[in-house]
Each structure stands twice: as structure tokens, then as C-alpha cells.
Design a protein around this ligand. Structure first.
Ligand SMILES: [Zn+2]
Length: 205
């Protein structure tokens, strides 16, 4: 593989730029600066968790690694996990939370399908912090329910560990103004303007 610079910007035609080119990644992920991968504290503990850690890190930073060609798939899989776990950590920083806020306000994470929530924008939620155990779902801060990521686009797939299980809590603690929505009213069936339930109750007496 050819070598590229390790600047904080993503170069074109690298494994990383190709990996992040999926439309759902472009829309939903926050860009993790390359400098974040160069800070030892950012990735603390991941070397013990992820196979081929050094090769995966080199692939992300330099678009190259020192390894047998037969192990390319394993290194690329490790680089995917490393990026996902780094994203999970980076997105909790103040700068990234501000980006999540903008994406939330823009409706990037989708809108609640429940009628009474009136197209409320949702937040990203992963049930597990580990890869391969959950798909990304979205949380509605009005009704408090979790929904599929994009019911309109079944092709979109993101592992839940890119965001993790406590991002919603961290986000709402940071921006409590998004916890003060009025609770949605339940739909009440009516017949000719009268509530069905009350009519039935009256007949039962
Ligand atoms: Zn809702």
C-alpha cells in the first residue's frame, strides 16, 4: 500500500476514506481527527482488546502496515473495530457533542415514527459498547422509545458500538433543554365526536 501523510485531515484514496465513504457513515458519524488516534490516552486499553492493533492503527494513520498479505482481511477488520471504538470515545468529547447536537437538530438521526411525537428528531443509541453485538438504533426524547435507525432505508447499517449505550444520557445531561418536551398524548378513538371508551363505559353501567 502507498504511504500518505498523517495530517489531521483525511487524505483521498486511502483505506480510511474508502471505509468512511458509505452514505450512512457520511451522514451519521462524526469525523474523528487523525490527531485523536495519535494521543496515547485516547486509545488507552484498546491495544489489549483489538487483534492486530498496531497494524490497524498504522492503516488508519498511514494507509500502510507491516504485515503478511494473507492477513490483510484481519488487519482491515481490526481497523474497522479500532475506528468504531475511537468514535465511541471521541463522540463524548465537548467538540463532538456539539456536532451531535447540530446533527440532532438537523434530523440526521431520523424522526420518531410515532404520530403523537410529531416528527421529533432522535438521538443515536447502541445497546452494546462492543462490536458485533447491536445495531444502531435511535432514541426519541419525547416518548422515550427506541426505533430502527432508518425505516425508510433498509440498506443503512451501522454497528451500535460506534455510539455506545451511554451517549444519549451524556448528551441529555449536557443539553438538558432537550429533556423538557411535553409527554405525547395518547390517541383517543372517537365516534361522531364522542370518545368511544366513555360511550362503552356508559352502556356497561
Ligand atoms: Zn417518539
Amino acid at each position: 500500500m502507498s504511504s500518505t501523510s498523517t495530517s489531521s485531515y483525511y487524505s483521498e484514496c486511502t483505506w480510511l476514506s474508502s471505509f468512511l465513504s458509505k452514505p450512512e457513515f457520511q451522514l451519521l458519524l462524526t469525523t474523528v481527527p487523525l490527531t485523536y488516534f495519535q494521543e496515547s490516552l485516547s486509545l488507552y486499553g484498546l491495544e489489549q482488546e483489538i487483534d492486530y492493533f498496531k497494524e490497524a492503527l498504522s492503516l488508519i494513520l498511514n494507509n500502510q502496515y507491516d504485515c503478511d498479505e494473507s492477513e490483510t482481511d484481519k488487519v482491515e477488520r481490526s481497523a474497522t473495530i479500532l475506528y468504531a471504538k475511537a468514535h465511541q470515545r471521541y463522540i463524548r468529547t465537548a467538540a463532538a457533542l456539539d456536532e451531535v447536537k447540530t446533527a440532532f437538530q438537523n434530523g440526521n438521526y431520523g424522526t420518531c415514527p410515532r404520530n403523537s411525537c410529531q416528527n421529533q428528531h432522535m438521538l443515536p443509541f447502541g445497546a452494546s459498547n462492543d462490536p458485533g453485538k447491536s445495531i444502531l438504533r435511535c432514541y426519541c426524547p419525547v416518548c422515550g422509545q427506541l426505533y430502527k435507525l432508518y425505516q425508510a432505508n433498509a440498506d443503512y447499517y451501522i454497528d451500535g458500538c460506534f455510539f455506545g449505550s451511554d451517549l444519549v444520557g451524556i448528551f441529555l445531561a449536557t443539553y438538558p433543554e432537550f429533556t423538557r418536551y411535553p409527554k405525547p398524548a395518547a390517541y383517543v378513538p372517537k365516534v361522531y365526536g364522542f370518545e368511544l371508551y366513555k360511550n362503552m363505559k356508559g352502556k356497561a353501567k
